[in-house]
Every structure is written in structure tokens, then in C-alpha cells.
Write a protein that binds this ligand. Structure first.
Ligand code: OGA
Ligand code: MN
Length: 194
């Protein structure tokens, strides 16, 4: 289970939070299988008219979650994140109104170059929330999430069940090349539309 109190304190103090074993091995396997069985599409970058696929920057495949999911592990995941959304609002008055979330599959050899998830005051993405779904991840598999922090780089290992969350507009980050298939659920808590 996510330690929401610790997560909120850490987001305030450092801008990010990592916790291992948030999901059980069984939950990781169930969600990982659902990810592999979904219809995935090549992920795009940019917004509006400039939205495009650029495999030199980002080479993962994704499948967005909807409000009408039918698989129990997915519904439970969405419900748990909605509870966290409400706790974030109660503690930090962020005015988070919804979660957008996708499965992501990085095939062997894929990566996502350094970027931020939101840029301007008007961007609605406030908090990025990622759960890794690789039950057997080990050193050498690659695909670490590299955070570029004021004090230096931190590499997050994408062990199955690990959660990482961070302030979307503050933390520059990168997915290092994965040497094996890498699965995750990646989401963003959105601020109310202005
Ligand atoms: C993203 C992203 C990081 C990860 O999808 O924007 O940065 O570890 N993902 O999957
Ligand atoms: Mn990102």
C-alpha cells in the first residue's frame, strides 16, 4: 500500500517520492499481463498541432485508461489513485480534479529522452505518478528512471511494484534505454481546468 502521508511530506520537501512494493507480486503480474494484452499505440510527444511520433526522443507504446475499464485490477488501481488524489487535495489544496493514466510498454532498446511533463502555468499536469510492472527486473535490464535534481542525478530502478511520483513541472527526467521489455502504468493528476 502507498504510504500517502510519507508521499505527501516528501513531495512537499523534495518534490518527489519513491516507495518499493506498493503493489504485491500478484498485482504486478496481473496488471503486467493486462498491459501486454492491450492494443498499444506508438506514443507521441508535444501538444495540439505539433503532436507527433518521434522515436528519436521517445520509443514506447501506450494504451490510455478510460472511465469504463472492465478489468478488476485496473479498476482497483484507479480507485486507489482517486483516494490519493483526494488526500493530496485535502493536504495541499492542489485542486486536482482527475487522473489521466496510460499503460506503457518499452520494447527492448527503447527509451524516453530527458523532458518535463508540464511546462507552463496553464498546463494541467500537476503530479506524475508511475507504477512499474516488471516482476523480474534486475540490474543490467536498464530502463531506470533518471531524475535530474539540484543535488545531482538519482536513478530509480523499475522494480515491479515500485511507485515514483513527482511534481510534473519541476523535475527533469529521462528513461534510460531498456535492454528488455519494460512495463508501467504512468499517470498524471490534473488541476481543474482554468
Ligand atoms: C513519461 C515518463 C517515465 C517512466 O511517460 O512521461 O517520463 O519511468 N515515464 O516510465
Ligand atoms: Mn515524463
Amino acid at each position: 500500500m502507498l504510504n500517502t502521508e510519507k508521499a505527501i511530506d516528501s513531495l512537499v520537501e523534495k518534490g518527489w517520492y519513491e516507495q518499493r512494493n506498493v503493489l504485491s507480486v500478484d498485482e504486478v503480474k496481473a496488471l503486467g499481463k493486462l498491459c501486454q494484452n492491450r492494443t498499444l499505440v506508438k506514443a507521441a510527444i508535444g501538444k495540439g498541432d505539433s503532436r507527433a511520433i518521434n522515436e528519436g526522443i521517445r520509443s514506447d507504446n501506450i494504451s490510455w485508461l478510460t472511465d469504463n475499464e472492465t478489468d478488476k485490477p485496473v479498476i482497483e488501481y484507479q480507485q486507489n489513485l482517486d483516494v490519493f488524489r483526494q488526500e493530496l487535495n485535502q493536504s495541499l489544496y492542489l485542486g486536482l480534479s482527475e487522473l489521466e493514466c496510460h499503460f506503457a510498454q518499452y520494447p527492448k532498446g527503447s527509451f524516453y529522452k530527458a523532458h518535463k511533463d508540464s511546462f507552463k502555468e496553464t498546463d494541467r499536469r500537476s503530479i506524475t505518478f508511475i507504477t512499474y510492472l516488471n516482476p523480474d527486473w534486475k540490474e543490467g535490464d536498464g530502463g531506470e528512471l533518471r531524475l535530474y535534481l539540484p543535488e545531482g542525478m538519482v536513478d530509480i530502478k523499475p522494480y515491479g511494484g515500485t511507485v515514483i511520483c513527482f511534481k510534473s513541472s519541476e523535475i527533469l527526467h529521462e528513461v534510460l534505454m531498456s535492454n528488455t521489455e519494460r512495463l508501467s502504468l504512468t499517470g498524471w493528476f490534473l488541476k481543474r481546468a482554468m
